[in-house]
Design a protein around this ligand. Structure first.
Ligand code: GDP
Length: 439
């Protein structure tokens, strides 16, 4: 995500590092570079211009005090302005009503249906809500099926009416049912077209009028750059939506949409999605995004993700097993599953400072754990619990069963032994520390 922009901004800011103070002359070159980086990332040109003007004003107005170097000051100013451009603070969903109605709009293929289910899952898991999903696309029966499949996956009811050709009626009946069933959120997935057209706009505007939603979210594919911004403008003119959802930030997006859309339509980005998995959805935090863009990683989100998946019971069990040197392949599998729940592995690594642009070069993908899991699944329960019994005939059976080479099984066993040793050392270290502290 945004690797090129990050690279270029880092390079432009480096130009100032050696300077003693910020002057009109030395800042001009850096600003020119920054503007070019933004334009290359497909940021709207008016926004790129006003961005660099603001940065210039702030930079020249600052006294470089004490040990702060001009380069560092400039990084701070650029960081603050990037964050301001994207809205400064995170903007929460309005869920204050007894039954909150969320209408989802956007073009076909933008990721609307996927987002509806991700949002339902997020509200269910993290906000303890009881959502109802509504398939309100009267043109594509396949869209209804898609939402039903996703609903089943996340265990959320999907309301649909195959033979009703009025999207307003469907939305109204769904809300009625939600009230009866004591749901507290209704998420309505609407029809999308390949391009903005009058009929689609009229249809969704009349749904809005009929049901008066608490939130209207506009879903847009961030890979479409300035097109995303133009589509947002058209939808906003007609719908006056309450927030934006940027999807496909895991792809090769240059960043233009993320950086321009808020300033152009003056509506907050509320969520971002970085993958197809149901867990790949995040509340949008402008400051953290600015950190990422400037190559500073996003430790806060990483820690949050780890905390969300933290399971006290499992952690306690694991601690005991490690202390007794009983960590086995079943524990290893549980650990892998916990990490996978945190999201896309590439994305997790990119949250580490300085790793963002390196992720491209590192050979990790979402299937990184698949090979390991396949090998472990080919072991018998006794073997998983007692790795020491794995002799060569067992190893060759496991290799065959998992469709892997013997060398791959050996490699996993070696890695497993190393992890076990490391864990043991860590617990010994910890108890030594405790003993010393007590004394
Ligand atoms: P809709 O037509 O707007 O409802 O779009 P869909 O929800 O059907 O999504 C279109 C395609 O984009 C599907 O193949 C989704 O799996 C995929 N998709 C949705 N969100 C993301 C995302 O954040 N990242 C990636 N890589 N793919 C996504």
């Amino acid at each position: 995500m945004f690797e090129n922009l990050t690279d270029k901004l880092e390079r432009s800011l480096k130009l100032l590092k050696g300077e003693g103070k910020i002057t009109e002359i030395n800042v001009a070159e850096t600003l020119k570079d920054i503007r070019k980086s933004l334009l290359d990332a497909d940021v709207n040109y008016k926004i790129a211009k006003s961005f660099t003007n603001t940065v210039k004003e702030k930079a020249l107005g600052q006294n470089v005090l004490g040990s702060i170097k001009p380069g560092e000051l400039m990084v701070k100013i650029v960081h603050d302005e990037l964050s301001n451009l994207m809205g400064s603070n995170a903007s929460e969903l309005n869920l204050s009503n007894k039954l909150s109605i969320i209408l989802i709009s956007g073009l076909q293929g933008s990721g609307k249906t996927t987002f509806c289910s991700k949002l339902a899952k997020m509200l269910k898991d993290k906000k303890n809500k009881n959502p109802l999903l509504v398939a309100d696309d009267i043109y594509r029966p396949a869209a209804i099926d898609q939402l039903k499949i996703l609903g089943k996956q996340i265990d959320v009811t999907v309301y649909s009416e195959l033979n009703n050709k009025s999207s307003i009626q469907i939305a109204q009946s769904a809300i009625k049912q939600a009230k009866q069933d004591k749901n507290d959120v209704v998420i309505i997935d609407t029809a999308g077209r390949l391009a903005v057209d009058q009929r689609m706009m009229e249809e969704i505007a009349s749904i809005k009028k009929a049901i008066n939603p608490d939130e209207i979210l506009f879903v847009v594919d961030s890979m479409t750059g300035q097109d995303a911004v133009n589509t947002a403008k058209e939808f906003n003119n007609r719908l006056d939506f309450s927030g934006i959802v940027l999807t496909k930030l895991d792809g090769d997006t240059r960043g233009g949409a993320a950086l321009s859309i808020r300033a152009v339509v003056n509506k907050p980005i509320k969520f971002v999605s970085r993958g197809e998995k149901m867990e790949s959805i995040d509340i949008f935090h402008p400051k953290r995004m600015a950190d990422r863009i400037l190559g500073m990683g996003d430790i806060v989100s990483l820690v949050e993700k780890a905390q969300e998946q933290y399971n006290e019971g499992l952690a306690r069990r694991l601690k005991k097993r490690i202390a007794k040197n009983q960590f086995d392949f079943d524990d290893f599998l549980i650990q892998i599953q916990q990490i996978k729940k945190m999201g896309n592995l590439r994305d997790l690594i990119s949250m580490l400072p300085g790793m963002g642009k390196m992720v491209k070069e590192i050979d990790v993908d979402d299937n990184a754990f698949k090979k390991i899991e396949e090998i472990i699944y080919s072991m018998t329960p006794t073997e998983r619990a007692n790795p020491s019994i794995l002799n060569s005939s067992r190893k060759s059976r496991i290799a065959k069963g998992s469709g892997k080479k013997i060398s791959e099984v050996n490699q996993l066993l070696k890695q497993f032994e190393q992890i076990r040793k490391m864990m043991k050392t860590m617990t010994i270290q910890k108890s030594l520390n405790k003993t010393f502290r007590r004394k």
